[in-house]
Design a protein around this ligand. Structure first.
Ligand code: ATP
Length: 241
């Protein structure tokens, strides 16, 4: 239902790519239950760059894990590209995540013995991307994040920002419509963090990808289209920047 609603963005009506409705997530049972998300309603227009902010423990990672179909809500629904994630089997959710989404984490999690190119190509290989298109897709993704000239270097020969750009290339090589990034700049100094944000901005502008990220960094809020603040498991300020 939410995904069919249209939002005005830059004078144009834009459909939502993902929406959460009444999402709750509780860990554990009985007296030991931890109610982390307590009813989150959220809509994200396609082609936007969105950030979740909030104090440590407010539920940002828990929400990202639900939106990326790594976890299921205890209550409520999440609709992605007009399909309800919670109604899908594990196999269907894995397929949606593998083909339509890209994930980035705080730690870059690159394979140390592989070059930047091999790291990207390897993921395409294990995810069943057509062999004939792998080389072009991996190269294009690395060029898109400005790593063309460095793609044959191994992670230890790359700066932190270059390693994170490799992780971004790995997450976008299969051309997902939604990129989810949990604290992608947390391991980086503020200047490098801003460079990563510029890469995100370019991806949104150039390819129409949607990016949802979590952050603690106030400077980053200036670059995104919308900031959603989580407090005690609920969104308190669905404000535009
Ligand atoms: N599997 C789990 N079992 C029990 N509690 C959990 C589980 N996962 C998360 N929590 C709790 O849920 C709360 C929210 O965690 P979450 O990681 O989503 O917060 P966050 O906003 O991302 O925090 P940070 O900014 O520190 O990364 C925390 O109190 C955490 O301990």
């Amino acid at each position: 239902m939410y995904c069919k609603r249209l939002y005005k963005q830059g004078g144009k009506s834009v459909p939502n790519i993902i929406a959460a409705s009444g999402v709750k997530r509780t860990f554990g049972k009985g007296s030991g239950a931890v109610h982390v998300l307590k009813g989150v309603d959220l809509t994200v227009p396609a082609g936007s760059l969105v950030a979740f902010k909030g104090r440590s423990g407010s539920g940002k990672t828990t929400l990202i894990n639900l939106l990326s179909a790594l976890d299921r809500p205890s209550e409520g629904s999440i609709t992605f590209e007009d399909r309800e994630l919670s109604a899908m089997s594990n196999k269907e959710r894995d397929l949606v995540r593998r083909t339509r989404m890209g994930l980035i984490f705080q730690s870059f999690a690159l394979i140390p013995l592989m070059s930047a190119y091999e790291n990207v190509e390897f993921i395409l290989r294990v995810s069943g991307f057509p062999a004939a298109e792998r080389k072009a897709a991996a190269t294009a993704a690395l060029e898109q994040v400005g790593l063309g000239p460095r793609m044959n270097h191994r992670p230890f020969e790359l700066s932190g920002g270059e390693q994170q750009r490799t992780a971004i290339a790995r997450a976008i090589a299969h051309k997902p419509s939604l990129l989810l990034a949990d604290e992608p700049t947390a391991e980086l100094d503020s200047k490098t963090g801003l460079q990563i944000m510029k890469v995100f901005r370019q991806l949104v502008e150039a390819s129409g990808m949607t990016i949802i990220m979590t952050t603690h960094d106030p400077a980053i809020m200036e670059i995104v289209d919308h900031v959603y603040e989580l407090e005690d498991g609920q969104i308190v300020v669905p404000a535009s920047t």
